[in-house]
Design a protein around this ligand. Structure first.
Ligand code: KG4
Ligand code: ZN
Length: 337
């Protein structure tokens, strides 16, 4: 089954063709980072407008690179929740128009379900059930994946997402947007023990929720007191800030892997591209005897191959969305009581 996927929930316009939920025949991403960089974050209205300009060429490129046409597509999957509503609507209306014109089945996909499914495009995906740490610009969640259609959230951030902590930290340090990748790079030559940052909700805490807003405030106080450093001191500050984020994420993931008695843990979403997080989680897995899986970095950040893969499972179960499918800006995952 060949599924055309569309993704436009934030600042990437993406389309991909995926076969049987596991083989990406094409995977096209038009990033808007340059448009938003000068503002230090995504400007929703500018995102919507850029999606409108990009979406048709991106879909055409995805079909061309897959060597296929709409006639040979078996279904269309589109992110309809959660995200920036104006941005979501562009992909959604395009997908609906394609479905209507071609008569092919349409299915709406939750963006986080997409992130969770990116790992199935890799050669050796985790078995079910497994634990997943979803870390993106908008979300930080630990979820138990029982099945493709059965995902339960065990913990989530109470304020900023991990990616937001990276982006806001980078903005404060004048490093541009998106900040995660810049901090990741600078931290490679820095000392993670140079500056002590708070590790919220870890000491003695047993619950699975996260909080990252205090960390951002601590960085703000540090910068107010000492200014924005340069050279080695900047690398040290980035490494210390990153280490605080990574330590909290890894501690909570270890605790839940033990509690849930899972031997397989995946990490996904944009921050899963972070080299320190991947290394720390892998090391924790060696100690605690769970295996760690992460998509290739390009499939951690937003893409449409993951949406097509998630849509494949829904379509294969016989699920269909009709043309009344709406964009939903906020759509929490089901949470275990
Ligand atoms: O999943 P994603 O592409 O979009 C959302 O669903 O939000 O995640 C984007 C986030 C941004 O906050 C970005 O700074 C972060 O992922 N990110 C990283 C890295 N690459 C992207 N954070 C840390 N290290 C990276 N290498
Ligand atoms: Zn995402």
């Amino acid at each position: 089954m060949r599924v055309l996927g569309l993704e436009s929930s934030c600042d990437e316009t993406a389309a991909a063709v995926v076969e049987d939920g596991v083989r990406a025949l094409s995977d096209v991403v038009a990033s808007q980072h340059e448009i938003h960089a000068r503002y230090g974050g995504v400007v929703p209205e500018l995102a919507s407008r850029a999606h409108i300009l990009n979406v048709v060429p991106v879909v055409q490129a995805a079909l061309d690179r897959a060597g296929t046409t709409l006639d040979a597509i078996d279904g269309i999957a589109v992110t309809n929740a959660p995200g920036l509503v104006g941005a979501l609507l562009v992909g959604l209306q395009t997908a609906k128009a394609i479905a209507w014109v071609t008569g092919k089945p349409l299915v709406g996909v939750h963006h986080l379900e997409g992130h969770l499914t990116a790992i199935y495009l890799e050669p050796d995906p985790p078995p079910l059930p497994h634990l997943a740490l979803i870390v993106s610009g908008g979300h930080t969640s630990l979820v138990r994946v029982n099945d493709h259609a059965d995902v339960v959230e065990l913990g989530a951030t109470r304020d900023d997402a991990a990616g937001e902590a990276f982006d806001k930290g980078a903005k404060l340090l004048g490093l541009g947007y998106p900040g995660g990748v810049v901090i990741d790079r600078l931290a490679k030559t820095g000392d993670p023990a140079a500056v002590a940052f708070p590790k919220a909700m870890t000491a003695g805490s047993t619950h699975a929720d996260f909080s990252f807003s205090g960390l951002k405030t601590a960085l703000l106080h540090h910068v107010r007191a000492h200014g924005v450093p340069e050279g080695q001191a900047l690398s040290d500050l980035c490494a210390s800030y990153q280490a605080a984020i990574v330590e909290v994420l890894v501690r909570k993931t270890r605790r839940l892997a033990r509690r849930e008695r899972v031997a397989h843990v995946q990490v996904c979403g944009g921050v899963a591209a972070n080299s320190a997080l991947r290394a720390a989680l892998t090391a924790a897995g060696v100690e605690d005897e769970f295996r760690v899986y992460a998509p290739t970095p390009a499939r951690c950040t937003d893409n449409a191959a993951m949406i097509a893969a998630a849509g494949y499972h829904r379509l294969a179960r016989g699920e269909r969305s009709d043309l009344a499918l709406d964009a939903v800006p906020s759509a929490p995952l089901p949470r275990r009581a």
